[in-house]
Design a protein around this ligand. Structure first.
Ligand code: DGJ
Length: 731
């Protein structure tokens, strides 16, 4: 049943609605699609509240029209193109055979359907039954070139989410070149917005940045070939008074792992345009007559209940309808990873005592990180040679895997499948697999190079190699790493005039191998990673339910990283480990309790040499492991609320609450001790005001309303970096 989309044929108005949202647009003069509204649900649109007509100087009019009050340059539109007298940044630029790049997009037709179509070759939100969403496809046409744009809108019944994407079809006689195709556009009439984004760096990913939106065009994006550590594919437009619990917030997240652009323009009339899609940098897609091009998808949400509500909308849709792995609702195992324990300096004999200790401490999985293959003793060789390094595993990898399994632990392994070292058999046999511009020396990064994932022979080779290792060694978990960004953008398999397709074809190639490998091994738990969180996006999670959040394992740095990451991504997707002190990235010494509390706020594990722990530390680790097993379901699958960020003071606080509101876990971390402490309080959120809650540790009982309205005093700390976890259960 199509009951989430109302089409008023007479007035040519489209209204997508569920209990929470409305999205409305209409067809105006010149068959132009005009955006009317996106926000809180309204019952119906009566057609009166439309965009006023005003004659504006230097904003011209429709070809052939004498009406000076109608201009595409000022009208809020659904999808704009170059050349149509809209001087704002266009959603699409299409180069035609005659060299021109202008279109005149006009409404042609529409179609509504139950459910949601899949996007060929791309990750996207899905439906589990046709009735949970409706889809509207509105077709725009440029009559002269015969190029059509299908604007796809899906609205979910039970999520405050609309998805958008665009399919371009060339029904003309000539080839055209797509120089830019945004996945969505939204125009707001006058509005003072703040923009929230998630910039960062390697070992410093996704910190929440908020700035007032000024005039001009601003782009939040990546041209690194991946979604990147530097700018996550997300922005929110919020009112200046919006905070975590109150106020309007529009959130946009791109389901894509490559170059992206979030272009925001505040125009001459204080109107705001947002475009989201593949970055136009070095993008030039040849679209021969008869072919089509599908853009990645955008998730859009709106709330007037602040940023936590926006995050909840993203968390739920990503966890429930983007993640496909059989582990999506399964409690994830507590692991120990040998990277920060040994780096490359290990062999089977050195690892076995770590496995033994892990067993003693109640840990559930051992992960063998980088260095088990080829002849890899450092990061200068062997990428591409996914065969076992005999010196480290003289009796084969299966022998070691059996040992791990004999201790009742699961066994995981690391790969970096998209990469090639020059010192590798793969390079010696297939130098053409390395992505490079003919006649130029390719640029190294970490002394490694990129495999040309646009080539099927390369992808087949990698799928074969990785599959063999997984199948032959009883692998339970795979960490899929990528330790550099793309450069030397060129594929020897494509002609000169198609090199502008390489960036996107690379991503499609990666998605192809991810699809093949993950569907071949449905029982394996996959974890994404790109030098930590360099590809932490809503596209990758379609294939892999969790991702290494950052190579920075310092608990205090992680406060900011995990806080920012939670703006879009659910805790079940974020992995976090307790590591040694002094921390390997920051040199900071933090208490083990604090390291535990921060790591337990996500998918939990350890990354240190367990055999070097003191007896006292081992007791603490045992306690942490048991504690996490107790709260794991709540942390991974409960509702998450940010309470306070240490960016705004000396404290970070967040909490997890079960959907039934009968259990909550709270983490409070004071960063620096003070001689004259200011008494701060933590007030909880989302509890049942009519129930009492018992603190599991102290047995003290509080009303839900008390904990939310009065709040509890934070401990007075006498050492820096002190975190406390509270666990409340409803009586
Ligand atoms: C980067 C990852 O993020 C680390 O955890 C580790 O796997 C190294 N790569 C190994 O090279």
């Amino acid at each position: 049943m199509v009951d989430l989309i109302t089409v008023d044929k007479e007035n040519r108005v489209f209204h997508l609605h569920n209990e929470q949202l409305s999205y409305i647009f209409s067809i105006e003069d010149g068959d132009t699609i005009s955006h009317l509204y996106f926000g809180k649900r309204v019952k119906s649109y009566h057609g009166q509240l439309c965009y006023p007509r005003v004659d504006r100087g230097f904003s011209g009019n429709l070809p052939g029209s004498l009406d000076r009050t109608f201009s595409k340059d000022t009208l809020p539109q659904e999808y704009s193109s170059a050349g149509e007298m809209d001087y704002r940044v266009p959603a699409t630029v299409v180069r035609q055979k005659d060299g021109s790049n202008g279109l005149m997009l006009k409404y042609k037709t529409y179609k509504v359907e139950e459910g949601k179509p899949e996007l060929a070759g791309l990750p996207a939100a899905y439906v589990e039954s046709e009735s949970e969403a409706n889809t509207l496809i509105v077709t725009l046409e440029d009559e002269k070139s015969g190029v059509l744009f299908d604007l796809l809108y899906t609205i979910y019944r039970d999520y405050p989410i609309i998805t958008r994407s665009v399919k371009v079809k060339n029904l003309g006689q000539e080839n055209v070149n797509l120089e830019k195709v945004a996945s969505m556009q939204i125009d707001f009439s006058q509005r003072d917005f703040d923009v929230i984004s998630l910039p960062g760096a390697h070992v410093n990913e996704r910190h929440l940045e908020r700035q007032k939106l000024g005039y001009g065009i601003q782009t939040f994006g990546s041209i690194r070939g991946t979604s990147s550590h530097q700018m996550n594919p997300f922005v929110a437009l919020v009112d200046s008074n919006t905070d975590e619990f109150n106020g309007a917030a529009y959130g946009f997240a791109l389901v894509y792992s490559g170059n992206h652009a979030f272009e925001i323009e505040k125009d001459q009339l204080d109107q705001v345009r947002l475009l989201v899609g593949i970055n136009g940098y070095n993008f030039n897609w040849q679209l021969p007559a008869g072919e089509s091009f599908q853009t990645p998808e955008v998730l859009m949400t709106y709330t007037d209940n602040g940023l936590n509500a926006m995050s909840k909308a993203f968390h739920n849709i990503i966890r429930d309808r983007i993640t496909r792995s059989k582990y999506k609702y399964k409690e994830r195992p507590i692991l120990v990873n040998n990277w920060e324990a040994t780096y490359f300096d290990f062999d089977e004999d050195k690892l076995k005592p770590i496995v033994d200790e892990a067993k003693e401490l109640g840990i559930e999985m051992f992960v063998l990180d980088d260095g088990w293959f080829g002849h890899r003793d450092d990061d200068n060789s062997s990428l591409g040679d996914w065969n076992v390094y005999e010196k480290k595993f003289p009796q084969g990898l299966k022998h070691f895997a059996d040992y791990v399994h004999s201790k009742d632990l699961k066994f995981g392994i690391w790969f970096e499948p998209e990469m090639i070292s020059m010192d590798s058999e793969l390079y010696r046999n297939h130098p053409e697999y390395l992505m490079q511009v003919p006649g130029r020396q390719p640029s190294p990064s970490r002394n490694q190079y990129i495999l040309d994932m646009t080539r099927k022979d390369v992808r087949d080779d990698i799928v074969d190699q990785v599959s063999t290792i997984i199948a032959d060694n009883d692998i339970d978990y795979v960490k899929w790493d990528m330790n550099r960004n793309l450069s030397d953008i060129y594929s020897q398999n494509l002609p000169a005039d198609r090199q502008g397709e390489v960036y996107h074809r690379y991503v499609l190639g990666v998605y192809d191998i991810l699809e093949r490998i993950t569907s071949k091994f449905p029982d394996v738990l996959f974890e994404g990673c790109s030098g930590g969180g360099g590809r932490f996006d809503a596209g990758f999670v379609y294939y892999m339910p969790q991702s290494w959040t950052s190579d920075n394992t310092d608990a205090i740095a992680r406060l900011t990283i995990q806080y920012g990451t939670s703006l879009v991504y659910p805790p079940s997707m974020m992995t976090a480990h307790v590591s040694a002190v002094p921390n390997h990235q920051t040199g900071r010494v933090t208490p083990i309790d604090t390291r535990g509390a921060v790591a337990m706020s996500a998918v939990f594990g350890y990354e240190l040499d367990l055999t070097t722990l003191t007896d006292e530390e081992k007791e603490i680790v045992k306690k942490q492991v048991n504690q996490y097993k107790d709260i794991r379901k709540l942390v991974q699958y409960g509702d998450f609320y940010r309470l306070q960020s240490s960016k705004d003071g000396n404290k970070t606080a967040w909490m997890f609450i079960s959907p039934q509101k009968d259990e909550a876990v709270v983490m409070v971390c004071k960063v620096l001790a003070e001689a004259q402490p200011v008494l701060t309080k933590t007030k909880l959120y989302g509890l049942d005001t009519n129930r009492n809650y018992r603190d599991v540790e102290t047995n003290k009982v509080y009303g839900g309303d008390e904990l939310m309205e009065l709040g509890f005093y934070d401990p007075i700390i006498r050492n820096d970096y002190a975190a406390t976890m509270y666990h409340f259960k409803a009586e």
